[in-house]
Design a protein around this ligand. Sequence first.
Ligand code: AMP
Ligand code: ZN
Length: 472
Amino acid sequence: MQIYNSLTRTKEEFRPIEEGKVKMYTCGPTVYHFAHIGNLRSYIMEDVLDRYLRYAGYEVTRVMNITDVGHLTSDADTGEDKMLKGARREHKTVLEIARFYTDAFFEDCRKLRIRTPDVVQPATGCIDDFIKVITSLLEKGYAYTAGGNVYFDTSKLEKYYVFNDFEEEDLAVGVREGVEGDENKRNKADFVLWFTKSKFDAQELKWDSPFGIGYPGWHIECSCISMKYLGEYLDIHCGGIDNAFPHHTNEIAQSEAYIGHPWCHYWFHVHHLNTTSGKMSKSSGEFLTVSLLESKGYAPEVYRFFCMQSHYRKSLVFSYEGLDNAKAAYQKLVARVASLKADGEVDRRAFEDLKAGFTSALDNDMNTSLAVTAYYDVLKAGTNDSTKLALIEDFEQVMQLGLLDAVKALREEEKAKAEPSEDDRWILDLIAARAEAKKAKNYAEADRIRGELSEKGIILVDTKEGTTYKKA
Ligand code: AMP
Ligand code: ZN
């Protein structure tokens, strides 16, 4: 399997450190608000990678953090703590906010068929681990104290800007966002490991530490949580492309300074979902969530399907028009799968040939849009329906488009249309009573029943085969 590694900027053959086993880390959400569908694009594409590795036979251990402290409004240590901002907005405590939005995040993931990682670890549960690593970085001379805070000294590294796409100019991001710089920093790129005396006096959650009462910077959590559960060697680290700098750059800096050797082999970055007017936002424009899409009649699976149709390394523009196209294509696909009828033995040869089309798409740096095409190849192939159904079931282990559940729902809907439901039983009883009345030539009673039903919006239709009804 070939996978693009942002660190080397090339597609590489995927080889985990330990044969057959994959250690995978994912940057989790900052739980100060609902996730927008851009955030969820990253988690959907990471989910396909996770599932595909398992499908390919690897034993995957995947760890994800939950950021519930330390992530400031600018990724470069400036602005205010996002959690505090969220708590203030809703007149709640930080812990209440964290709990509520963590649950909301996993509810969105469930709807989008995203597998929950094997370990999910909130940052606030690992403060001792952060303190241990920060203490060691201070001892080794990779960190310094200034103005009460502890900073990582990026000048101590041979190479800090490990992702070539990012350079010093990108640090201007904080300035662009209209927040002031930090005079305590020795070098522009230095970043906070631990805040004590800072402008965030209102910070709700603080912990005692050898560096003073305070709280951790954002980046330290991912290094520590990853190493705690996965050890000193990591196979794949995932996140949205905005995480590459400064977040992942800082994770690499502090992890490798701490362990003294290279840390993670493959860096998997999902490019952004943008709106037609630019960057997706939680605070301006329409706040696009899974629930909003549902309220407009788009099933979460339709959004997953929309994401699958483009490559994770290309930015994707969201529009309702695009989503409508995805919805129409999805419904057609469901109808085509629904028309398949199990009709005998699976043709193993055809199965393997068609499966090869699917795996070669995903083996080529997770080409999900070609993997979607593999479904259509199956549907039009000259093999029996049982083979087609077996293939679709097989692909669904990875793609999770929810096709088989959608087919089941469609069949139930059709059945419900054909046979009246229990709720309509009273109508049938009245129709039977009317037929009895007619038989007994009691036309007044028969008309009364017709009138009673008509008042309730039920129109009777007498046919040669008997009486049916429609709802007005
Ligand atoms: P956050 O909750 O801000 O920590 O972000 C959660 C994840 O969403 C991270 O992996 C981000 O890199 C990713 N992300 C943020 N914005 C977008 C976007 N517009 N499209 C795709 N991924 C995004
Ligand atoms: Zn992270």
